[in-house]
Write a protein that binds this ligand. Structure first.
Ligand SMILES: *[C@@H]1O[C@H](CO)[C@@H](O)[C@H](O)[C@H]1NC(C)=O
Ligand SMILES: *[C@@H]1O[C@H](CO)[C@@H](O)[C@H](O)[C@H]1NC(C)=O
Ligand SMILES: *[C@@H]1O[C@H](CO)[C@@H](O)[C@H](O)[C@H]1NC(C)=O
Length: 662
């Protein structure tokens, strides 16, 4: 009964919040994290590849103006499991900054690392130009690479670590002054944003190779800048818009330029364009398909002359190659016979068009994982194209540039976070509610909970809960204090333990309707509670043993059956009968009395013998409490804000717009 009251209270507390942001998760243990919820739909779960989802939600591409900076931790690198349950919120570690191209890295060594592009910052926020970052499975930053100094920022499109992890390729955007002779206007000049790429050394950020479109790709190849257009000031026309780069074992590069609707092969040796793959008349290949405004172009396999490439084709209606649905295309290219054939096409499951961004990934079992970007829409397909799963953010306010899937082991170095609170109406009617989570940990099967009777007492196991979501709630009868939670794996082996956490109590017991001792209840001795609990458990699982009844027979009449509150595991559901005999509760009440006596005795001893320690302890706890209070106040002030979406704007050009301020 008390539980229902408490739960009701909790839910009432949340009602207001839910109205405004029901599309976000919230956690007792990580109040600053409001991860995006998913809507997940499995069509055939049997054939889905194992693994987690890696996404980097953002509301807008440019960093927010600090004065109107939203304070919610929804943006940044996030890992979810296949049910859309949160595994890791990386926003805490990266101060809620935008990151792009967050992905599992499987080609450095035997483990799966994480990489992403940390967005550039406003001057007020530190003025960083952004960087490419690699984290290990402990979420420790093991690499950070930077682009050459003459660039505005680390471009958001691609941070592609090459096999072995020694180098990575990334896109570059550079403002350059260009003569308009190509347009028959040799006396005029215009600023143009040229597109290119760099290969960077992962240790030193040294530029190993570099390519730029300025002298290689004519202005006339662009479908965004025309011969009649007026010259532009800095930053200038974004005339090619590079959005992907990859390198094959032969040392050649493949790039995707969205504003020429063309994919280029670039010689690693000479930097020359070896071939152009395009739907239009300028292409070098005999092709049996159309594509345009392509994204995430990369090698699936390549032996130097014959390639399989994948891309996300959003299907533009320009140049007459009209398509009604975006698709993932797998293309087999023969650069000797100069043919290109579609070997697999996967249409967007909801038959819509992906207006911007997107990704396609081939999984180890041959499945295809596609990111359609807007609202985080993503899908997994069998090799034959069958749609196995679709998912999207519940929120309409966020997108993710790309989406990836991979198996992953996450072992954060931070301990699990625990919050415990005590509720009650009387001295022998108290309940402790424990919440625990471990941000970034995979493979946690369950939680052991421990409590102590006093600060230097012994930790006593008070219960176990199966982990079934990011945060686990556990409810235990009595006033439990000095709580620790221990993560255990499927074999029951300890993975990590939280710090010892004092239980939160009302600042004024009377004002919350507590009818017992004016000073409020004191912590129970968990070892005594535990013994009784074990007794209760035994009785619940065996048929009601007459022996048990005998033991407590003489006490039965004094007992009120209404107080039948048993320790309860919220994840597994209660496995103790609420209609069980009142007997154990009587002995439980007795035990509590004993525990209280012990606790009071301890208090007296401590008061007399350790006054000084007590005062010091009191001061430090006070300090901690004050600190946490300040923290809570601070957190409270960062309440939910609406993140403006930029639907009306060509989002990929936002960072260029912001360059005009330079
Ligand atoms: C690449 O693969 C194609 C087709 O499998 C083959 O015909 C060709 O000889 C290979 N080229 C090299 C350089 O291995
Ligand atoms: C494909 O994407 C481009 C660039 O975002 C956009 O201009 C074009 O309209 C899209 N195609 C369709 C058919 O929506
Ligand atoms: C696109 O849809 C229109 C109208 O439904 C249809 O007439 C046309 O054939 C479709 N085009 C393609 C390429 O499927």
């Amino acid at each position: 009964m008390l539980f229902s009251a408490v739960l009701l209270l909790c839910s009432l507390h949340n009602v207001d919040a839910q109205r405004k942001d029901a599309d976000l998760m919230s956690f007792v243990t990580l109040p600053e994290v409001r991860a995006l919820k998913w809507e997940v739909d499995y069509l055939d779960r049997e054939r889905v590849a194992p693994g987690y989802w890696f996404v980097a939600p953002y509301g807008q591409i440019s960093p927010d103006d600090p004065t109107q900076k939203y304070q919610q931790y929804q943006v940044g690198p996030y890992i979810y499991d296949g049910d859309g349950k949160l595994v890791w919120a990386g926003s805490l570690q990266y101060n809620n900054e935008n990151v792009f191209d967050f992905r599992p890295v499987t080609n450095i060594d035997d483990e799966v690392e994480l990489s992403f592009i940390l967005n550039w910052q406003l001057e007020e926020e530190g003025g960083s130009k952004g960087s490419g970052v690699v984290l290990d499975k402990n979420y420790k930053q093991i690499r950070q690479v930077f682009q050459p100094a003459d660039l505005h920022d680390f471009n958001m499109h691609e941070f592609n670590i090459l096999p072995g992890g020694k180098s990575a390729v990334a896109c570059t955007y550079l403002s350059q002054l260009v003569n308009l002779a190509q347009f028959g206007r040799p006396t005029e000049e215009s600023w143009v944003v040229t597109g290119g790429f760099v290969e960077l050394d992962m240790e030193t950020s040294e530029v190993l190779s570099q390519w730029n479109s300025k002298d290689a790709i004519a202005l006339t190849e662009s479908n965004m800048f025309h011969s009649w257009d007026a010259p532009w000031d800095k930053p200038g026309w974004d005339y090619v818009h590079i959005n992907a780069v990859d390198k094959n074992e032969a040392g050649d590069f493949i790039i995707s330029l969205r504003f020429t609707n063309t994919i280029y092969g670039i010689s690693g040796e000479t930097g020359e364009i070896m071939w152009r793959l395009t739907s239009g008349p300028t292409g070098d290949f005999d092709i049996d398909f159309t594509f345009s405004k392509q994204h995430d172009v990369k090698f699936v396999s390549s032996n130097g002359t014959h390639h399989v490439i994948s891309m996300l084709n959003n299907g533009s209606d320009e140049r007459g190659n009209d398509e009604n649905v975006s698709s993932v295309l797998f293309i087999e290219m023969d650069t000797v016979a100069m043919t290109a054939r579609v070997i697999n096409r996967i249409n967007r499951p909801d038959s819509s068009l992906t207006r911007l961004r997107g990704s396609a990934e081939t999984l180890p079992n041959g499945n295809i994982f596609a990111g359609w970007s807007e609202r985080g829409y993503q899908s997994e397909h069998a090799p034959n194209g069958d749609t196995l799963m679709t998912a999207r953010f519940a929120s309409t306010r966020y997108s993710t540039y790309r989406a990836y899937k991979s198996e992953f082991i996450g072992r954060p170095t931070n301990p699990p976070d625990v919050v415990a609170s005590v509720y009650g109406t009387n001295d022998d009617d108290t309940t402790t509610i424990i919440h625990v989570s471990w941000n970034g940990a995979t493979d946690v099967a369950g939680w052991n909970f421990y409590a102590k009777a006093y600060d230097r007492g012994e930790s006593v196991l008070i219960g176990h809960a199966r982990k079934s979501d990011f945060e686990t709630m556990y409810i235990v009868d009595g006033y439990m204090d000095w709580i620790t939670a221990e993560a255990v794996d499927a074999e029951g082996k300890s993975m990590s333990k939280s710090r010892v956490q004092r239980s939160e109590i009302p600042s004024n017991w009377e004002s919350v309707g507590f009818k017992g001792t004016a000073a409020g209840p004191s912590p129970d001795d968990p070892s005594i509670i535990n013994q009784v609990k074990e007794g209760t458990g035994k009785e619940d699982t065996s048929e009601k043993a007459s022996a048990d009844k005998e033991v407590v027979a003489d006490k039965e009449k004094e007992t009120s059956a209404d107080e039948a509150d048993s320790p309860m595991d919220m994840d597994m559901g209660s496995d103790s009968d609420s209609d069980s005999d009142s007997a154990p509760h009587q002995s439980y009440a007795d035990a509590k009395e004993v525990a209280k006596a012990v606790y009071r005795a301890y208090e007296v001893i401590r008061a007399v013998g350790g006054m000084l320690i007590f005062i010091l302890l009191g001061c430090s706890i006070g300090g901690i409490l004050f600190g946490s209070w300040r923290l809570i106040q601070k957190r409270r002030r960062r309440s939910y804000h609406h993140v403006p979406s930029e639907e009306g704007l060509p989002v990929e050009e936002i960072h260029l717009r912001s360059q005009t301020h330079d």
